[in-house]
Design a binder for this molecule. Structure first.
Ligand code: PPE
Length: 307
């Protein structure tokens, strides 16, 4: 998303400051070694006011990612949640995308991160449809990437670390240059993993399948949302390893993510998926999902935090 015209306030190390003042030093550890952990979530405009979707779960994942990388956030989870709410309020936005980031600042150059302070910031942005305006209705054309997702003993996939997105960038660039909207990565064992910034589901004979956490995926919060909403309407969901070719013969395929929401996939490697349009089950799940996030359903899982 273009952010050069953003103006509002950024929360940085405990203070709300103007967008243009939210800067870090070039010698910061994060610049040299990719030492950052981040989150991405959305707030939606509901009839009862602006609500952040699954705030607690995103903050929980942020703290888990930091724990994996031995980064101690100098705020409690409650303080961090309050800071996110405060930043959304300060920016007077209705629907928006929220990007908290924790990173190692400046003190000492060299791989050893420990001497560097753990700092934090929260950005609030306008962010439209992740894979294009028509994507949610028409679906997107994607390819299986020649790049794999990181092996389990290299970068921990369960952590939402900035450095993981160098791998995502390779997948995304290859897809764009080859004329696709997105790339699907396999893991090192050749099983389906995820998109550069989305989890993936397939539908076959009425059953939903999605790769398990052991397939080198981010534990997506939208993935979890879709699993619960699907089960609520009586669908069977299986977390199972997915061979590449199961993508081609699936009845429906879709991506999930905070930015991507639920985006149908209409072709993979130029093979048409199902009838080449958004599938019936995908459409039904979108309906349930959007009704929930827009506050049109009872909030039975306590997923909406009104600001
Ligand atoms: N896998 C990856 C690699 C990923 O980056 C995301 C989110 C997901 C799965 C879905 O996770 P969740 O948002 O919890 O459902 N990607 C974020 C950033 C995308 C970006 O371009 O930046 C997002 O959707 O906010």
């Amino acid at each position: 998303m273009g952010i050069s015209k953003e103006k509002g306030k950024v929360w940085m190390n405990g203070k709300l400051i103007p967008w243009e003042d939210a800067k870090i030093h070039i010698a910061s550890h994060v610049i040299h070694y990719g030492t950052s952990i981040f989150e991405g979530m959305r707030a939606y405009d509901t009839p009862k006011g602006v609500a952040i979707f699954r705030l607690r779960d995103h903050v929980e994942r942020l703290y888990n990612s930091c724990k994996i990388y031995r980064m101690e956030i100098p705020y409690s989870k409650e303080e961090f949640e309050k800071a996110i709410i405060e930043t959304v309020k300060a920016n007077n936005k209705k629907s928006c995308y929220i990007r908290p980031i924790v990173y190692r600042g400046m003190n000492s150059l060299g791989v050893n991160p420990f001497p560097n302070p753990v700092e934090a910031a929260i950005l609030v942005l306008d962010w439209g449809k992740y894979l294009g305006e028509e994507a949610l209705e028409k679906g997107v054309d994607v390819k299986v990437s020649s790049w794999q997702r990181m092996a389990p003993n290299t970068f921990p996939a369960l952590a939402k670390a900035g450095a993981n997105y160098m791998n995502s960038q390779l997948i995304k660039m290859e897809a764009i240059i080859d004329g696709y909207s997105e790339g699907i990565a396999l893991n090192v064992r050749g099983h389906v993993s995820e998109g550069s910034g989305e989890n993936i589901f397939i539908v076959k004979n009425g059953i939903l399948y999605t790769p398990p956490l052991s397939s080198s995926i981010l534990p997506g919060i939208t993935r979890d949302t879709v699993i619960k909403l699907a089960q609520d309407i009586g669908l069977v969901v299986k977390e199972d390893t997915i061979p590449r070719e199961a993508l081609y013969i699936a009845d429906e395929v879709f991506f999930t993510g905070s930015a991507a929401e639920i985006t149908p996939v209409r072709s993979i490697d130029k093979i048409i998926i199902g009838n080449g349009k958004r599938g019936k089950i995908t459409e039904r799940l979108q309906k349930e999902f959007f009704a929930y996030i827009n506050g049109e359903r009872e909030d039975k899982y306590n997923w909406l935090t009104y600001i």
